[in-house]
Design a protein around this ligand. Structure first.
Ligand code: SF4
Length: 245
């Protein structure tokens, strides 16, 4: 599998992000899904994916704790592109028993509680979403952190046993915003309020100038404790972005 991944990466090394999206959406059809957190990179990819095919599958994990601004950009995106996101919610029974037993804001009380909440509200729904496809497209970029510097455009996602495609792997943050402005793509207005990375409302805050982009996520934890298990490579958890992730 790794050899074929290397060959694929050689093939796609000099392709544009739109060409990469076009190839996978057109050749894999309903077998490929774009994972969207409604963050800036995912909005760029939504624009490209709908350009490739209006019936492209785009899924969102609705944890039940997203910002109102995130729901607003979801609605704006559906209207602009005339699409319906595939929304995945957490298992109702699991959320009910967790909240009854540990409280609505359990994640502030311990790392274990926070991981339990992320597992129920994000990781399990992600697994369910990915079980319906053979490849997924993500908005990960190399320059988002040291853990991503060796990221490839095409990777084998061993955790989910499917192909993972990162068309924006080589893009800079500036390229993302230039593309959004040039194409008048709806975006989450929290980005204008110094939220580079947007997740659940209770677990995301604005960052100060010069602070790391990840500083606004689970800010009460130390950096090595911050993970939610959405992106795993070689057995290691890769920090997600904005994300939904
Ligand atoms: S980011 Fe916070 S609210 Fe969202 S699933 Fe994780 S712990 Fe729960």
């Amino acid at each position: 599998m790794l050899a074929s991944m290397d060959a694929l990466n050689r093939d796609f090394e000099h392709k544009t992000a739109q060409e990469i999206v076009d190839y996978f959406v057109k050749t894999m059809g309903q077998g490929v899904m774009l994972a969207s957190s409604l963050g800036a990179e995912d909005q760029v990819l939504t624009h490209m994916a709908v350009n490739a095919s209006p019936s492209v599958r785009i899924f969102v994990l609705d944890t039940g704790r997203l910002h109102p601004e995130t729901y607003l950009v979801m609605a704006q995106t559906q209207k602009k592109y005339d699409i319906k996101h595939e929304i995945y919610f957490p298992n109702q029974d699991h959320v009910e028993s967790m909240v009854r037993e540990k409280g609505i804001n359990l994640f502030y009380e311990s790392i274990a509680n926070r991981k339990e909440c992320c597992n129920i509200r994000k990781v399990e729904p992600l697994k369910r979403a990915l079980s319906t496809c053979t490849a997924w497209i993500t908005g990960l970029r190399k320059s988002q952190g040291v853990t991503r510097t060796d990221m490839k455009v095409i990777e084998w996602d061993a955790a989910h046993n499917i192909i993972k495609i990162n068309p924006l792997a080589n893009w800079s943050e500036e390229e993302v915003w230039t593309y959004i402005k040039q194409n008048e793509i709806p975006y989450n207005t929290l980005h204008d309020q110094r939220y580079p990375s947007i997740g659940c409302a209770p677990c995301t805050r604005a960052v100060s100038p010069g602070e790391d982009v990840r500083a606004g996520r689970w800010w009460w934890e130390t950096p090595d404790q911050k993970e939610c298990g959405l992106h795993i490579k070689d057995g290691k958890i890769i920090h997600p972005t904005k994300d939904q992730k």
